[in-house]
Design a protein around this ligand. Structure first.
Ligand code: PLP
Length: 374
């Protein structure tokens, strides 16, 4: 028996728009002598999308996931590959065989990487991570960071100490500022004083650090950034941070299209004894009377967070859903919605991440109006 995947849910990707975003970021970074690692983990390394990062002149391609970097290498994309998540000890052989650059923050991991590099007769560039307050990965103690870097430089011939870096605005929601960048530079200079040479890169962070470059206030010694969201969606900074001088970044490279599977008038407050939802939560519901609602054939499995869907039509409100269903309030929607109709949504980083990893979602790629077959 053959199974032909359904055409919906569908994510349409405008390759030309994505490439324009890549070029707009890389050209600004290159003007400031900043090396760009284009981060593709948000689209599960979908190859037509990864190619735009390469063609748009990213210097390196980066992901947190080795299997994605493996696919990129196998696809023959000729860019240095950077592993963003500090390695698990169980993935060291793959890190060495697949990657050109890795982030690291543990002496034991550095030692294991070095030993494996010697075994495979390979050289791996290392960016040692400093934690400047966001409290995810990185050395907290500056002396320990300097000591680890010095050990890499002097005693680990399989590794090349390429630089140091930091990550901000992830777990601890810490904003990258000129002060934080200067802290990182001070760490780098402490390392340089010990090893007696300049580091190749000081990696100042991700999308959120790009703001400093865009505003022309990035300290000159920060010369490496790892950028994903701002290239793919350009949304976090322009919409959530309300930054107005980044209008050169387009937010419409991706469109989700999902199919309506039910349209009915129903009460807005559940009927019966309120207990627990499908995920063990105890939500509250506002009684707004009987309202027109639509169900879509897409759910949490495909979206991660249903509430983060952004309807393109006015008068459409996302109420919630479950693993496989999305519930919309369409009482205020002016159109005449029927079962079988297709609704369009903008994406954010979370929904894009899940959609590109869901087996139920079809991806289609376009250059302008012309479809490109992957
Ligand atoms: C995901 C990630 C990035 C990219 O983050 P964006 O906000 O998408 O630019 C950069 N660095 C590290 C270590 C990451 O894990």
């Amino acid at each position: 028996m053959n199974y032909t995947p359904a055409p919906y849910p569908l994510v349409e990707c405008q390759l030309d728009v994505l490439r324009e975003n890549v070029k707009n970021i890389t050209s600004r970074c290159h003007k400031a002598d900043v090396t760009v690692a284009g981060v593709i983990k948000g689209v599960n390394a979908k190859m037509p999308l990864v190619r735009q990062f390469a063609e748009g002149d990213c210097d390196q391609i980066a992901s947190s996931r080795l299997e994605q970097l493996y696919d990129i290498k196998m696809a023959g994309i000729q860019k240095p590959l950077l592993l963003l998540r500090i390695p698990m000890l169980c993935e060291i052989p793959n890190v060495v065989s697949i990657c050109d650059i890795a982030l690291a923050s543990e002496p034991a991991t550095l030692q294991a990487l070095n030993d494996e590099c010697l075994k495979q007769n390979k050289k791996l560039k290392i960016i040692v991570m400093a934690d400047l307050g966001d409290l995810r990965e990185g050395f907290w103690n500056r002396d320990e960071l300097v000591e680890a870097c010095t050990r890499v430089e002097r005693q680990m011939p399989g590794l090349e100490l390429a630089g140091i870096g930091t990550n901000l605005g992830c777990y601890g929601s810490i904003q990258p500022t000129v002060e934080k960048m200067n802290d990182l530079i001070a760490y780098a200079e402490a390392v340089e004083a010990q090893i007696g040479r300049r580091l190749e890169w000081i990696s100042g962070g991700a999308t959120s650090s790009f703001v400093l470059l865009n505003d022309g206030v990035m300290p000159a010694r920060i010369n490496h950034l790892r950028i994903g969201e701002n290239i793919l969606l350009g949304r976090d900074l322009q919409v959530d941070w309300k930054i107005t001088n980044m209008q050169y970044l387009r937010m419409d490279a991706f469109t989700l299209k999902a199919q309506v599977i039910e349209v009915k008038d129903k009460p807005s407050h559940p009927v019966g004894k309120i207990f627990m939802d499908a995920f063990g939560n105890f939500p509250t519901y506002v009684d707004r009377g009987i309202r027109r609602r639509a169900l879509l054939g897409i759910g949490k499995l495909d979206l991660g967070s249903i509430e983060k869907l952004l309807p393109r039509d006015s008068g459409v409100e996302v109420l919630g859903g479950s693993s496989d269903h999305t519930i919309l309030d369409i009482e205020e929607y002016s159109g005449d919605l029927q079962v079988g109709d297709i609704m369009e949504f903008d994406l954010c980083y979370t929904t894009l991440l899940f959609l590109t990893s869901s087996r139920s979602v079809t991806m289609r790629y376009f250059e302008g109006d012309r479809e490109v077959f992957a």
